[in-house]
Design a protein around this ligand. Structure first.
Ligand SMILES: NC(=O)c1ccc[n+]([C@@H]2O[C@H](COP(=O)([O-])OP(=O)(O)OC[C@H]3O[C@@H](n4cnc5c(N)ncnc54)[C@H](OP(=O)(O)O)[C@@H]3O)[C@@H](O)[C@H]2O)c1
Length: 257
């Protein structure tokens, strides 16, 4: 029987590429994001290309009621793979960023991410198996991120929550596998949304998804796409935080243009 894959943030970038990849593998898809027109266009594209059956569940993950509705709508559904991907960044000094935008980011990147993760974790444990990939960021592997501090902190939460849950599942010999994807810059709409230009050359969403699927096949808990970013994340662990923070601040300031 075809596997069912639920993807949040499927209307663009990494999420849309995951949808294309799992459709090509013959999976049935559930697509979530706010832009329903984009999800409909993607569903039509995938149906034409692969005969994929897509269920479209638009939702604003910044809205708690929408998260409740999603969980209620999917309560009876078997989902084999959950890609908890929706998210966005707010760039600038915390002295100047819009508090409402920071709040919305915490709702989407942290609160909704946690809510849907725990919901699917329990469902998959009860159904006897499944895979969950939480999309964090290489930002979440750093001790802090000046000039994008709220975003870095939100992604550190995703990394920590996933690592903790993964260990609990291992100790229980659970049939559920969870991991966190921690990409560096990826060429998507993320930049425009955050109002930044990357300081480092970005990878394509296609390559990011290749690396994610490879990491999932090897049951890695933390997946860092690209050898270069793996080198950077290993090297940064060697530097004491007081030395590392000004370097991160300099890189971040370059993004502000
Ligand atoms: N691009 C990068 O450099 C990079 C690096 C590391 C990690 N990431 C992470 O990768 C994930 C995907 O980002 P991306 O690079 O693919 O960026 P993207 O092209 O901007 O896609 C973001 C997706 O999240 C959805 N989303 C945002 N806010 C939402 C909300 N309130 N409710 C529902 N859906 C919402 C968007 O859909 P709608 O706008 O249609 O709602 C869109 O489908 C994010 O978690 C991001 O933090 C990105």
């Amino acid at each position: 029987m075809a596997k069912t894959v639920w993807i949040t943030g499927a209307s663009s970038g990494i999420g849309r590429e995951f949808a294309r990849r799992y459709a090509a593998m013959g999976c049935r898809l559930i697509l979530t994001a706010r832009r329903a027109d984009r999800l409909t266009a993607l569903a039509e594209e995938l149906n034409d290309a692969h005969g994929t059956v897509c269920r479209i569940l638009p939702a604003d993950l910044a809205d708690r009621a929408d998260c409740d509705r999603l969980c209620a709508e999917l309560a009876g559904e078997r989902i084999d793979i959950f890609l908890n991907n929706a998210g966005f960044g707010v760039c600038g000094s915390l002295l100047e960023t819009d508090p409402a935008k920071e709040e919305e980011m915490v709702q989407v990147n942290v609160a909704a991410m946690r809510r849907l993760f725990q919901f699917m974790l329990r469902r998959m444990q009860a159904q006897g198996g499944g895979t969950i990939l939480n999309v964090a960021s290489s930002a979440g592997l750093l001790p802090g991120g000046p000039y994008m501090a709220g975003y870095y902190a939100s992604k550190a939460y995703v990394v920590s929550l996933t690592r903790g849950a993964a260990q609990e599942l291992r100790e229980k010999r659970s049939p559920v596998y969870v991991c966190a994807l921690c990409p560096g810059p990826v060429n998507t709409e993320f930049n425009d949304r955050a109002g930044v230009v990357f300081a480092l050359k970005g990878i394509t969403p296609e390559f990011c998804v290749d690396e994610a699927i490879h990491g999932m096949l090897h049951h890695k808990t933390i997946i860092v796409p690209s050898a270069f970013m793996r080198l950077c994340t290993s090297a940064q662990k060697l530097l004491p935080t007081p030395l590392l923070m000004p370097i991160v601040a300099r890189q971040q300031k370059k993004k502000l243009g």
